[in-house]
Design a protein around this ligand. Structure first.
Ligand code: NAD
Length: 417
């Protein structure tokens, strides 16, 4: 039993649980607050953000690729994977490493096999080398979360860099980290002169034309991170006027100040805009920030020579096949990349970009609420009701409040801190 704790930990807590498959099996449960064994850490959840992926696990249950056959009807799980936590009771094994009271951003994708509940996994968890918080590991739509040793051993608890960083900023470091990771997958093979050796450069081409298709919350984050790669132009295609308006509000002046050209357009005019901006050459980098198969396929047509399209949004299993022009791969060296999730190093980079103001997560917050609003928030995300991210503060009970941006000061006021 752990022997270091700071606060009176209650006997029970509220948690949002998936008890089968489908939204009708998602419900609140008053449950015992788990206490850490010597190799675990109990954390208080300070903030947790909703993600469109919450709905994927809800819809797929045991069939989700990160569930490995775990039957959520038999063994319910607590949802929530984008969070910021505070250690409140530290098992003996971690007492030199984890300070009681310290705050952490969580990397939910844990590159290791499980140490607990092996019998719940297919084949007793044989061969599993990636598990996730909010999937088979306890999630953060709860007042407390028990952290297993594999999370700490793989550096998936990342110290918040300074006390003034807001809880919601720590939670949003996760989606930001996915965007950082994704853009580093765009590889360009470059040469400084015809007789110079080739080298590979990670990231969007500096001085090139980058494009983001879809300006949902993730697409907007892509635009913000794209600016750090210093392309000369960023094209954004989005049919929804309000969402295009947000891209304009957040980035037009910033791009201008940084000497970049931001071009906002709609899907119907995209081809003409690309032809105009690139003199018919095509773009160097394309990010498809949505999971629509025909849009992914079409993205190859927008690429210029050596261009890379990044299939950031996942498609449904039965829509997985797309056709690619093999002659363009051969003659024009176009390529496609993709990534899902991120590594602890990407969370660290996200935290540092938030700390020095390169990324402003408050822009993306469109709703806040207490833990009792978590189910409503997940349904709102499914219905695309909000223009940004929703943040839950598990210590509060409060219906969802729609907002246009959020700040550390507003958070402090809400929490009475
Ligand atoms: N790879 C990863 O690590 C990772 C991480 C998080 C989310 N995602 C995925 O990223 C995607 C985007 O997430 P989101 O929360 O912003 O989703 P979202 O559904 O809110 O946004 C998608 C946007 O695309 C727009 N759109 C639809 N058709 C279009 C078209 N033909 N051309 C241009 N725009 C079009 C929509 O109007 C919407 O604004 C999702 O598929 C999500 O699962 C991937």
């Amino acid at each position: 039993m752990a022997d270091t704790k700071i606060e009176n930990i209650p006997d029970t807590m509220l948690a949002l649980r998936l008890k089968g498959k489908g939204m009708e099996t998602v419900d609140f449960e008053e449950m015992e607050v788990p206490r850490p064994e010597s190799d675990q850490v109990l954390c208080k959840v300070e903030a947790v953000a909703a993600c469109s992926s919450d709905n994927k696990i809800i819809d797929q249950g045991a069939e989700h690729s990160l569930m490995y056959g775990w039957d959520t009807a038999k063994s319910p799980v607590t949802l929530g994977h984008e969070g910021c936590v505070r250690a409140v009771e530290v098992g003996e094994k971690w007492q030199d490493k984890i300070q009681v009271g310290a705050r952490y951003a969580v990397q939910p994708a844990v590159p290791a096999g499980p140490t607990r509940n092996l019998e719940n996994y297919r084949d007793n968890a044989a061969g599993i080398d990636k598990i996730a918080i909010g999937y088979t590991l306890p999630g953060m739509y709860a007042e407390y979360v028990l952290i297993d040793p594999e999370v700490i051993e793989t550096s998936c608890l990342l110290p918040v860099p300074y006390e003034g960083l807001a809880h919601f900023q720590g939670a949003l470091s996760e989606p930001i980290s996915c965007v950082i990771a994704a853009q580093q997958h765009n590889v360009h093979v470059v040469k400084d002169a015809p007789d110079a050796p080739r080298r590979a450069e990670l990231g969007l081409l500096e001085g090139g034309t980058a494009m983001v298709i879809g300006a949902g919350p993730m697409g907007l984050l892509h635009v913000e991170i794209a600016m750090t790669h210093k392309p000369s132009t960023i094209i954004v295609s989005e049919p929804n006027d309000k969402r295009r308006g947000r891209a304009d509000e957040f980035f037009t002046a910033r791009a201008e100040k940084a000497g970049m050209n931001l071009v906002l357009t709609v899907p119907d005019e995209l081809e003409d805009v690309i032809a105009d901006v690139t003199d018919g050459g095509g773009v160097d980098d394309c990010i498809v920030a949505l999971g629509i198969n025909p849009v992914q396929q079409k993205s190859f047509d927008y690429l210029g020579k050596g261009g890379v399209t990044n299939l950031f949004g996942g498609v449904k299993a039965d829509e997985r096949m797309i056709q690619v022009d093999a002659r363009r791969i051969h003659y024009d060296s176009i390529s496609a990349v993709g990534s899902s999730g991120s590594d602890p190093s990407d969370i660290r980079e996200a935290l540092s970009m938030i700390a020095d103001g390169q990324i402003r997560p408050g822009n993306y917050v469109a709703a806040v609420g207490g833990l009792d609003a978590a189910r409503d928030l997940i349904e709102a995300v499914r219905a695309q009701k909000f223009e940004g991210k929703g943040v839950i503060y598990p210590s509060l009970r409060k219906p969802l409040e729609e907002l246009d941006g959020w700040s550390a000061d507003q958070e402090r006021e809400l929490l009475g801190a």
